[in-house]
Design a protein around this ligand. Structure first.
Ligand code: AMP
Ligand code: MG
Length: 349
């Protein structure tokens, strides 16, 4: 299949690129487009055959349900059986934005989109290009991250191209995304509402609105006997090719330990990648050192996480050593993704 790749910016949303993307979606094809979180791989969510193509292109397990992207509360009413009052409060504050909510689905949503579940995940993104593509495509667009399953999520069009060129109809290239980690998932079909995946809208932000908010226990414990409530969270997602290890502790001790392991591994003939921050990169003596952002602003770390993991894949390092990051604010989402990518391999110093 030939993949059309079209660049576009926010100031030219009424153009042929959006029209083309809309036509492809309405005909049951696949279009990747930027959102504020990561690039999404879009298909018409109400067309079971179109949704199935997403699973084939990504190599995604068929029990892993898709998030439906909409642009209005009117659209929400059509795809869910009931909107709880609490969900309206959350939507008012955080939609459009990096938050997905789970509801009981209505009859028009096919089981091919929800992985066989009676619930449906819905998000209203804020990214202007995403909104234009969703509307042109009919208003109900299933859009998981536009990567091959198991690879880091794409934060630039080039990442989508590397994974999916030749397998999808079109890539709308709107440049790098703003946030860089996937949306928070909040299950509104449970009481109290439960966070199934941390993201830019944090537990503290939701508690302020809703009072009590639960967190899926499977998120903290890799050995949990309970399966995570978001089926996708059970897979070893976000995995770089090299073995990744996270080193946690006092800053100076972490640098010392990473330098020690690097030297030891290099003596064994290994190529070592190091993930440091603006505050520390100057202190690493050997290895391939990358700066992921600054500890002064956790959002910079979220923004570069997946791109850095992909760069190490391209450079064929044998192992990657990463500093641990603060778990406050969006740091919670960063550490959730980083530890999953590391298979929960942590060294405490
Ligand atoms: P992605 O689109 O790649 O960000 O993945 C979507 C995530 O949402 C996966 O972890 C899914 O398991 C989760 N998800 C989608 N629909 C549901 C649902 N109805 N119930 C629970 N989790 C869901
Ligand atoms: Mg994904």
């Amino acid at each position: 299949m030939k993949t059309i790749i079209s660049k576009i910016d926010n100031r030219q949303l009424n153009n042929d690129v959006i029209k083309k993307a809309g036509n492809i979606l309405q005909e049951g094809g696949l279009v990747a487009f930027p959102t504020e979180t990561v690039y999404g791989l879009g298909a018409d969510a109400l067309n079971e055959n179109a949704a199935k193509k997403i699973y084939a292109a990504k190599g995604r397990p068929s029990d892993n349900p898709l998030i439906i992207h909409i642009t209005s509360m009117g659209a929400l009413e059509k795809i869910v059986s009931h909107i709880p009052a609490a969900a309206r409060i959350v939507a008012k504050k955080y939609w459009p934005g990096p938050l997905t909510m789970i509801f009981n689905k209505s009859g028009i949503v096919p089981y091919g989109t929800t992985g066989g579940l009676d619930t449906v995940a819905v998000r209203m993104p804020s990214h202007e290009i995403a909104c234009a593509v969703i509307e042109a495509g009919g208003g109900y667009i299933a859009a998981p991250s536009a990567n091959t399953s198991g690879r880091p999520s794409p934060t630039r069009a080039e990442h989508v191209e590397a994974d999916l060129k030749g397998k999808i109809d079109m890539i709308v290239d709107g440049g790098p995304v703003e946030i860089g980690v996937e949306s928070t998932i909040l299950d509104m079909s449970l009481t109290p509402p439960m966070i199934l995946r941390p993201g830019a809208v944090t537990k503290e932000m939701l508690e302020e609105l809703l009072g009590e908010v639960a967190v899926d226990a499977a998120l903290f414990d890799e050995d949990s006997k309970k399966a995570p409530k978001a089926p996708g969270m059970k897979y070893r997602h976000y995995a770089p090719k090299a073995k990744l290890c996270v080193v946690e502790g006092d800053e100076a001790a972490v640098v010392k330990e990473i330098n020690r392991i690097t030297d030891e591994s290099m003596r064994e003939g290994k190529k070592v990648g190091i993930i440091g921050t603006q505050e520390t990169v100057g202190n690493y003596l050997n290895g391939v050192v990358k700066c992921i952002g600054t500890r002064q602003d956790e959002a910079t770390i979220a923004n570069h996480l997946y791109a850095v993991l992909r760069e190490f894949d391209e450079e064929n390092v044998d192992c990657i050593l990463s500093e641990a990051f603060s778990e406050s604010g969006i740091g919670d989402a960063v550490m959730n993704r980083l530890l999953k990518a590391a298979g929960y391999h942590i060294i405490q110093v």
